[in-house]
Design a protein around this ligand. Structure first.
Ligand code: 5RP
Length: 228
């Protein structure tokens, strides 16, 4: 099995957690896309659910798959959210998310969900968060240079705002920018999260400590289910 096969297996396992009548948060990214596709098949077979997507792209995929959508105007509590991650710390299950630039809506949906199921292939688990992935930070465009300076003083390396593949400054679904912060391995995830939260200009960051209720890790041989 290649990485995409593993992502698909994890995604399909997680889609099986969804029961009739549930309100479901739909994550963003290539692994979440497999889950949306599978849920669409289950809806076509008669599964009755409503979903809230975490990005414009996932909303588009859900509509194409025939999944009925709802919003926070009607549902402030979700039964389950299923999403990918960029890193999962073994043991704690703290996460880094946001390389797909959807971290703000992803965190709002995850926090509003009774169960938050994270689906990853075997390349995502790490011993210490920050080993490989930067921490994406969503910031208000106004004064972002000053916000970046403050993050750099916290040890975030030299920050360049994220750009699209075409080389243009990336704008999130919320009209903001992403600053990718390279802190390296993070000793105290909650302390760093609090420090970034306290920075003027920051809207949200991609550290998700103590949020996952289940992590499904698909290897070539099996799907492991980790719980906190
Ligand atoms: C998007 C995310 C994604 O869940 C994360 O980047 C993982 O993506 P993929 O499943 O494509 O590896 O946080 O903001």
């Amino acid at each position: 099995m290649n990485v995409d096969d593993c992502k698909r297996v994890a995604a399909h396992n997680a889609a099986d957690f969804v029961q009739p009548g549930m309100v479901v948060g739909l994550g963003t990214g290539s692994t979440a896309a497999f889950m949306i596709e599978r849920l669409g098949e289950r809806v076509a077979e008669g599964l009755d659910i409503l979903a809230i997507p975490t990005s414009e792209e996932s909303g588009r995929l859900a509509r194409a798959a025939g999944i009925p959508l709802t919003s926070f105007a009607d549902h402030q509590v979700l039964d389950i959210a299923i999403d990918g991650a960029d890193e999962v710390e073994r043991g704690t299950l703290h996460l880094i998310k946001g390389l797909g630039a959807a971290l703000l809506r992803e965190k709002i949906v995850a926090q509003a969900s009774r169960r938050f199921v994270v689906i990853v292939d075997a390349t995502k688990p790490v011993n210490q968060l920050g080993e490989r992935a930067p921490v994406p930070v969503e910031v208000i465009p106004f004064g972002y240079e000053a916000t970046a300076n403050r993050l750099e003083k916290m040890g975030a390396g030299v920050i360049r705002p994220r750009r699209t593949l075409a080389g243009e400054l990336l704008t999130t679904d919320n009209g903001n920018m992403i600053l990718d912060c390279v802190f390296g391995p993070i000793q105290d995830v909650q302390a760093l999260a609090a420090q970034i939260d306290g920075t003027v200009g920051v809207v949200e960051h991609g550290l998700f400590p103590n949020m996952a209720t289940d992590v499904l890790v698909a290897t070539e041989r099996e799907v492991e289910r980790w719980t906190p």
